[in-house]
Design a protein around this ligand. Structure first.
Ligand code: A3P
Length: 327
């Protein structure tokens, strides 16, 4: 690892939460290889999480609460590494689950188990579309016991990297980072920034699929949704168990969640207050919404480096086949 670990240690806890011992969940400031600081939560395995402003107490306790939270029949849980199209999928799923082609008043930020206190999640009415970027080992235990429907979104990690860099470079909360693209590129590849390695995230999802072969899990890719949103929305309807799927309804959902229409509606609607968490003039949650943007950012040597590391790390991950053609 080429960059230094900063020794500045803000606080660390070994806490008892619901009789579960969690050790050393800490907020730490670290430096990238050029000395630019960034601050994240770290667990005792070194996995980094963004700071969650809504979690008032200890983050380890929150993770313990999430692990033990109650899930209900009819809940749908949406999983995805950040910047994979989670907001897009969330709008589609809420429309499908509520049988409406209007945007709900919920935002992804209201429904994300990573950062919303569990008592607030408990007070939500059913049906719920819950969202998470957490590793599968941190997901609620009841997910598998109660056979809760899971929708997993994947995206070419090269585009995820660009999208994440653009996001964290302009945000003031959670995981702000003001370093260079080159330094961020290195951190993403080594999995040292918030959410850790994309490869490890995807490996855990792959293992989840192997361990729970009969669990209702639906996989979508950002690229497939871009290529044929009608087909993908119909596949989602089928997965959710809808017997009759009216073309007009599907077309309305697709139109409302089109990048330009959705970004305009949400930026001037339920996400209007989000603009204050970004630098002025930054694109915020809706940047370009395209496939293959990495080609405008990666140098030739970065691309070679990425491919070399990626190929060696992902040989045994079957899910990679879903996005391999876009790499
Ligand atoms: P870009 O930064 O490449 O533009 P997430 O919601 O997981 O944070 O993902 C953010 C990415 O999804 C951003 O990608 C964003 O522009 C894109 N996005 C958001 N809404 C979209 C939509 N309706 N259609 C296509 N892409 C969308």
């Amino acid at each position: 690892m080429r960059y230094e670990l900063c020794s500045l240690y803000l606080f660390s806890t070994g806490v008892m939460c619901d009789s579960l011992q969690l050790s050393d969940m800490a907020v730490r400031e670290r430096l990238d290889r050029s000395g630019v600081p960034y601050t994240l939560y770290y667990d005792n395995t070194g996995l980094a999480y963004p700071i969650q402003p809504q979690v008032k107490g200890d983050y380890a306790c929150h993770l313990s609460d999430v692990k033990n939270m109650n899930l209900r029949e009819g809940d749908v849980i949406q999983l995805g590494y950040p910047k994979s199209g989670n907001h897009w999928l969330f709008e589609i799923l809420t429309m499908l689950v509520y049988h409406s082609h209007d945007y709900t008043h919920h935002t992804l930020g209201n429904n994300i188990i990573d950062g919303v206190p569990v008592d607030e999640l408990d007070s939500m009415t059913s049906p719920r579309v819950l969202v998470s970027h957490l590793r599968t080992h941190s997901l609620p235990k009841q997910l598998f016991d109660k056979k809760i429907k899971i929708v997993l979104v994947l995206r070419n990690p090269k585009d995820v990297l660009i999208s994440l860099y653009a996001f964290v470079s302009s945000i003031h909360i959670c995981a702000p980072y003001r370093g260079s693209f080159d330094d961020f590129f290195e951190m993403f590849l080594s999995g040292t920034f918030a959410h850790g390695s994309w490869t490890e995230y995807t490996r855990e999802c792959d293992e989840m699929l192997s361990r729970h072969p009969t669990h209702p899990i639906h996989i979508v890719t950002y690229e497939d949704m871009k290529q044929d949103p009608v087909r993908e929305v119909k596949r989602l309807c089928k997965f959710l168990g809808y017997k009759e799927i009216h073309d007009e309804f599907v077309l309305n959902v697709v139109q409302k969640t089109d990048f330009h229409i959705m970004s305009h509606a949400l930026n001037s609607g339920k996400l209007a207050s989000m603009k204050y968490v970004f630098d002025e003039g930054a694109p915020g949650l809706f940047r370009k919404g395209t496939v293959g943007e990495w080609r405008n950012w990666f140098s030739e040597s970065q691309n070679e480096n990425f491919d070399r590391i990626f190929q060696s790390e992902t040989k045994d991950i079957r899910l990679i086949d879903r996005i391999r053609q876009y790499l």
